[in-house]
Design a protein around this ligand. Structure first.
Ligand SMILES: NC(=O)c1ccc[n+]([C@@H]2O[C@H](COP(=O)([O-])OP(=O)(O)OC[C@H]3O[C@@H](n4cnc5c(N)ncnc54)[C@H](O)[C@@H]3O)[C@@H](O)[C@H]2O)c1
Length: 255
C-alpha cells in the first residue's frame, strides 16, 4: 500500500464488478474507505468485503435520484465527509444504429450512463465543496471517436466527456477537480457479454487484441491504476482532463 488515498472517503458507482470492482479494491489498498453504490447488491457486498478498510455496499440504481440522495446520506452519516465521487456505473446497450434504437433503450442508456452524473453531483456537491474533493467519470474512447451501431451508447459517453469539461470549468473555483478516464477495450463481464452477442465472437476477440498498439486487451487494473492517480493529490493540478487509457487504439493507419 502506498497510501495515496489515505483516509479519503470515496463514493463509487458500479463498483460491484468489472472496472469498478478493480477500482474499489485499488482505492481501499491505497487507504480509502469506499462506498460501493450498485444495483447488484450481492456482488457489491462481496467486493466491499474483499476491499476491506471499512468499505461497504449500498444498493441503489444510479438512475434513481432519490436512491442516490440516500446513498450520499449513508456515506455522510457514517464518515462525515466525501472526498471523491467516481461515476463508473454503465450499461452498453443495443448494437443498433439510432433509428433502430427504441425509445425505451435510449432512455435507459441516458438515465444510467449520463443522468446518473447529474444525480451524484446534485446530492454530493456540498460534501465535495467541504472536502475540496474530486469527481472522476468513466467515459469511453467511443465518446471521442464514435462507433458504428452504438449511437445511443456513444451519445452518453460523448455527453459525459462534455460534462466533465463543463463541470471542471464551473467547480474549479471550489477547489473541485473533475476528470474523465476513457477506456477503449478492457476485459470485464460487460465486454464478455458484448463479445458473445456479436455474430462471430472469436473474430471479435481477435479484433480487440489488434485494436491497441500494444497488441493485447487488458483487464481493469489499467483503469484502476489511472483512477487512483486522478483521485489522489498526485494529480492536484489536473482538471478537465479526458484521459485515454487505450493502448493507443486511437492512433490511426497502423498498417
Ligand atoms: N469494458 C470496457 O471495455 C469499457 C470500455 C469503455 C468504457 N467502459 C465503461 O466502464 C464502465 C464500467 O464498465 P464494465 O465494463 O466494468 O461493466 P460491468 O458490467 O462489468 O460493470 C458495470 C457495473 O455497473 C453496475 N450498474 C449497471 N447499471 C447500474 C445501475 N442502473 N445502477 C447501479 N449500478 C449499475 C453493474 O451492476 C456493474 O457492477 C461503464 O461505464 C462502461 O461504459 C467499459
Amino acid at each position: 500500500m502506498k497510501n495515496n488515498l489515505s483516509n479519503k472517503v470515496i463514493l463509487l458507482t458500479g463498483g460491484a464488478t468489472g472496472i469498478g470492482r478493480d477500482c474499489a479494491l485499488a482505492y481501499a489498498r491505497e487507504g480509502a474507505v469506499v462506498g460501493i453504490v450498485d444495483r447488484n447488491f450481492e456482488e457489491a457486498r462481496k467486493t466491499a468485503t474483499e476491499a476491506g478498510n471499512n468499505s461497504f455496499a449500498i444498493e441503489a440504481d444510479v438512475s434513481n435520484g432519490h436512491a442516490i440522495e440516500l446513498a450520499v446520506k449513508a456515506l455522510l452519516d457514517r464518515f462525515g465527509r466525501i472526498d471523491a465521487i467516481h461515476n463508473n456505473a454503465g450499461i452498453v446497450g443495443p448494437s443498433r444504429p439510432l433509428h433502430e434504437t427504441s425509445e425505451a433503450e435510449w432512455d435507459e442508456l441516458q438515465n444510467i450512463n449520463l443522468k446518473s452524473v447529474y444525480w451524484t453531483t446534485k446530492y454530493g456537491f456540498e460534501a465535495l465543496v467541504a472536502s475540496k474533493g474530486t469527481i472522476l467519470n468513466t467515459a469511453s474512447m467511443v465518446g471521442l471517436l464514435g462507433q458504428q451501431d452504438h449511437a445511443a451508447y456513444v451519445a452518453t459517453k460523448g455527453g459525459m466527456i462534455s460534462l466533465t469539461k463543463a463541470m471542471a470549468a464551473d467547480y474549479g473555483k471550489h477547489g473541485i477537480r473533475v476528470n474523465a478516464v476513457c477506456p477503449a477495450i478492457v476485459w470485464t463481464p460487460m465486454l464478455e457479454r458484448w463479445a458473445d452477442s456479436q455474430s462471430d465472437p472469436d473474430a471479435t476477440r481477435q479484433l480487440f487484441n489488434e485494436m491497441s498498439l500494444l497488441g493485447y486487451t487488458p483487464h481493469g487494473d489499467v483503469i484502476s491504476d489511472t483512477a487512483v492517480f486522478l483521485l489522489s493529490d498526485q494529480s492536484r493540478f489536473i482538471t478537465g482532463c479526458i484521459l485515454p487509457v487505450s493502448g493507443g487504439a486511437e492512433i490511426g493507419y497502423k498498417r
